[in-house]
Design a protein around this ligand. Structure first.
Ligand code: PLP
Length: 435
């Protein structure tokens, strides 16, 4: 007989810190036993007890096409049969980079890495090398991976666990990070007025989705571009989460492309690997040319551009055409509507925040009235209402993200049947949130 989730979790906790290999998976903020997933297909995941859920976690972003898309799986199997890794360049890497550049031409040159964390870490190193400056500006509630310099007031798992930052980051490193409130151009202006000639870069999530979804106010990203140019700092647009998920050319395609501006550096991850470990840093050719072996900025990786992982990413990007994005957008819009209606019917004041196909809910009258523009507003919301909401959904076979500070991930595989199952579960969940 297969073990239960509780049995696996008990064993896992004895041998893995918290029983998980990434904190938010532990259900820390919602309580209970995490489902240990045995398999996944399309919009569904199935746990070790054989229970199937409609999945809204989407592997935290990569599963744009749904789980185990047959053509992606075939590409992985073919690549694996040719060899799991060579530590030498392959044509698949070049093809994947070409696919990225085709979608985001401002990424003139691209280096593949294995995780979003590596991508942002490399972008920071490049920015410091290029400017000769040390300080970096980040925004409260934005998450850029577990880079020492970027953990202060980060969202994602740190928001879930209510941590202001991480122990183990040296005071010297922490002192080089300026944390500002999101969506506040004046705060950025002030930071430049005070520290202008010492700021190497601003790093920002293209559209933050790690404190729940908090879209940039109209013109905000463009203002960051203007201010960084004015003060000789770089703009790093982190599209690890939004890249190739919210649209063919990521968030930049929705916003920057239209306005005709580009950041100096982009970071990508998640969808670019189709579920396997691929991420990337890309941008201005002159900056990227500073990386070893051409330039003096060192960066490397045994698994970088791994042939199996890049095959998954390439197959995913080849399949993710405009029709896929239209489908994901449509499914997300339908679900946003259904969530709003269910909560309104249950009399639960809330704000439904969204950016492209990403969305999340903030509970409470303040959120409903004033909207949610920054991390302070997110933290002031009635996020405790998410726990009963989440568990009612889970009991009804719907796996929402196990934290109110994460985006809901819809895929192109979320068809009428899957969406209908979520909609059937919503009224009871909304009632649970009301109490
Ligand atoms: N940047 C953003 C915007 C992210 O959402 C994440 C992960 O959630 C990262 C960076 C870090 O990526 P990874 O978890 O692959 O290290």
């Amino acid at each position: 007989m297969s073990p239960t989730n509780a049995e696996v979790f008990a064993h896992a906790q004895a041998v893995i810190p918290g029983g998980v290999n990434s904190p938010v998976r532990a259900y820390g903020s919602v309580g209970g036993t995490p489902a240990f997933i045995a398999s996944a297909s399309g919009p569904y995941v199935t746990d070790v007890e054989g229970r199937q859920y409609v999945d809204l976690v989407g592997s935290w972003g990569p599963a744009l096409l749904g789980h185990a898309h047959p053509e992606v799986v075939a590409a992985v199997q073919e690549a694996a049969a040719r060899g799991l890794g060579f530590g030498a360049p392959t044509t698949t890497e070049v093809e994947l980079v070409d696919a990225v550049r085709h979608r985001v031409p401002a990424a003139e040159s691209v280096r593949l890495v294995s995780t979003g964390t590596e991508a942002t870490m490399t972008a920071l190193r490049l920015a410091r090398a290029a400017t000769g400056r040390d300080l970096v500006v980040k925004f409260a509630g934005c998450y850029h991976g577990h880079v020492d310099a970027l953990l202060a007031q980060a969202g994602s798992g740190l928001a879930t666990l209510a941590l202001p930052g991480s122990a183990g980051v040296s005071a010297a490193v922490a002192a080089e990070t300026i944390v500002l409130p999101y969506n506040d151009v004046d705060a950025v202006r002030e930071a430049f007025a005070t520290h202008g000639d010492r700021i190497a870069a601003i790093i920002t999530e293209a559209a933050p989705a790690n404190m729940g979804v908090v879209p940039p106010a109209p013109g905000y990203n463009a203002a960051l571009r203007e201010l960084t140019l004015e003060h000789g700092a770089l703009l790093i647009q982190d599209e690890v989460l939004t890249g190739f998920r919210v649209g063919y050319s990521g968030w930049w395609g929705l916003e920057g492309l239209r306005e005709g501006w580009a950041p100096d550096l982009f970071t990508f991850g998640k969808v670019i690997g189709g579920g396997l470990p691929v991420a990337a840093v890309g941008g201005r050719r002159d900056l990227m040319g500073m990386l070893a072996p051409v330039g003096p900025v060192y960066q490397a990786g045994t698994l970088s551009g791994n042939p199996v992982a890049t095959a998954a990413g390439l197959a995913t990007l080849r399949l993710a055409d405009l029709a896929v994005y239209a489908k994901v957008d449509e499914a997300a819009a339908r679900l946003r509507d259904s969530v709003t209606k269910a909560l309104a019917n249950a009399g639960v004041p809330h704000a439904l925040q969204w950016a492209g196909s990403l969305f999340s809910v903030s509970f409470g009258a303040d959120a409903a009235q004033a909207g949610v523009r920054d991390y302070a507003a997110v933290q002031a919301s009635e996020h405790w209402r998410y726990t009963p909401f989440f568990h009612a959904l889970l009991d009804a076979g719907v796996s929402a993200p196990p934290s109110p500070f994460e985006a809901w991930f819809v895929s192109a595989a979320h068809d009428d049947e899957a969406l209908g199952r979520i909609e059937d579960a919503l009224p009871a969940a909304a009632q649970a949130a009301a109490t």
